[in-house]
Design a protein around this ligand. Structure first.
Ligand code: GLA
Length: 432
């Protein structure tokens, strides 16, 4: 497509959109919970695999685990149905209905069950003829009715996928669903897959408009149960951080997709890396793993209190990659409330633990500051690290060292608030 045609299209799309913000007051911090897709996919064979098929039983059991195993108290509150919950046909009234064999009690009963345990229910829809898995989609003419159905069922979050629709239909349908959800009067967090279907980058994607429509959005490819997949997502998000980082904030988040910690593809170090890097990205923490059988080690990573506190920081500033060394060590910083910061050292090496020496000055922290440093995984506190001090960390292959830094002494000169980096400017962690 020529540049002129493209920019004309973008302008047309922009004009077609409302200028009002979504402003549903939801997702002030990145949503946390559980989602079925990555681990349980579209397994609908309940005869052969009753324990793992997409059925109400699976969601009842995961809700029990979220409520009873310490997850809910830490903030993991959403339990989200993904694709393949629906019957293959709408009913006579044109309404979406769940598969009667696999969800005999209906979605309303599932929502009641979830709510009774202090949790919230998410559901999956797709703007298009079919969902990606071939179930009934939401065509433009179904948008209002489906929003009303979800609200009547007591749904608290909607992921609206974009298989089987055109760019034009998406440009109409995604904002229309935002309006339809708002019109129901029920608070429903709205997750849009729109940008992922438009390549995730400007000029096709307008993140300013997106933030006015959606609470979170999938920007990029689906996560798979492998380290390669995690790395490709990390690479894409940080390569494009100048575009993506300023797009995130309270009420509107980039979504690099589910956490696969607890599954089969990641080592212990890699699991810790996914958690740390998703936290630095201010990403939603949507686990997709079997909470009935999760290992204590994986659970400990996902239930790390300081990690979750950092992920849920009220300022909601997404972090950035600050350094990419020739030694295959990378450093990331996320500015936090009260002039604190999270710092992640990540090793892409494949040989042995690597001793990396640097200073906060080299990572562009403010001069003359002094920090108390806490290792997020080890818990150990190191006192009084000055910006100019050299220090070393030992990072395992495909692992991270993650620090939480609280200022002990603020520099005398007045620091201004730096919320994010404009392209080409130097980076500074925020001092508020
Ligand atoms: C797409 C989405 C996934 C998942 C599947 C379901 O691929 O990106 O997250 O919802 O569809 O079919």
């Amino acid at each position: 497509m020529g540049a002129a045609v493209l920019s004309g299209l973008v302008l047309a799309l922009a004009l077609a959109l409302p200028s009002v913000a979504l402003e549903n007051g939801l997702a002030r911090t990145p949503p946390m919970g559980w989602m079925s897709w990555e681990r349980f996919r579209c397994n609908v064979d309940c005869q052969a695999d009753p324990r793992n098929c997409i059925s109400e039983q699976l969601f009842f059991e995961m809700a029990d685990r979220l409520a009873e195993d310490g997850w809910r108290e830490l903030g993991y509150e959403y339990i989200n149905l993904d694709d393949c919950w629906a019957a293959k046909q709408r009913d006579a009234a044109g309404q979406l209905v769940p598969d009667p064999k696999r969800f005999p009690s209906g979605i309303k009963a599932l929502a009641d069950y979830v709510h009774a345990r202090g949790l919230k229910l998410g559901i999956y829809g797709d703007l298009g003829i079919f969902t990606c898995g071939g179930y009934p989609g939401t065509m433009l003419e179904n948008v209002k009715q489906d929003a009303q159905t979800f609200a009547a069922w007591g749904v608290d979050m909607l992921k609206l996928d974009g298989c089987y629709s055109s760019a034009e239909e998406q440009a109409k349908g995604y904002p229309e669903m935002a309006r339809a959800l708002n019109a129901t009067g029920r608070p429903i967090v709205y997750s849009c897959s729109w940008p992922a279907y438009q390549g995730g980058l400007p000029p096709k994607v307008n993140y300013t408009i997106l933030a006015e429509i959606c609470n979170l959005w999938r920007n990029y490819d689906d996560i798979q149960d492998s380290w390669d997949s995690v790395l490709s997502i990390v690479d894409w998000f940080f390569t494009n951080q100048d575009v993506l980082q300023p797009a995130a904030g309270p009420g509107h988040w980039n979504d690099p997709d589910m956490l696969i910690i607890g599954n089969f593809g990641l080592s212990y170090e890699q699991s810790r890396s996914q958690m740390a890097l998703w936290t630095v990205m201010a990403a939603p923490l949507l686990m997709s793993t079997d909470l009935r059988t999760i290992s204590p080690a994986a659970k400990e990573i996902l239930q790390n209190r300081l990690m979750i506190q950092i992920n849920q920081d009220p300022l909601g500033i997404q972090g950035r990659r600050i350094v990419k060394e020739k030694s295959h060590i990378e450093a990331f910083v996320r500015p936090l409330a009260q002039a604190a910061s999270a710092l992640v050292f990540f090793s892409r090496r494949t040989d042995m633990p690597f001793r990396y020496t640097t200073s906060l000055a080299k990572l562009h922290f403010p001069e003359d500051a002094v920090y108390e440093v806490q290792d997020v995984y080890v818990g150990k506190i190191i006192g009084a690290l000055k910006t100019a001090d050299n220090f070393s960390v030992v990072i395992n292959p495909s692992g991270v060292v993650m620090w939480y830094l609280r200022p002990m002494a603020l520099p005398v000169q007045p620091w201004h608030v730096v919320r994010q980096q404009a392209p080409g400017e130097g980076y500074r962690p925020a001092l508020l």
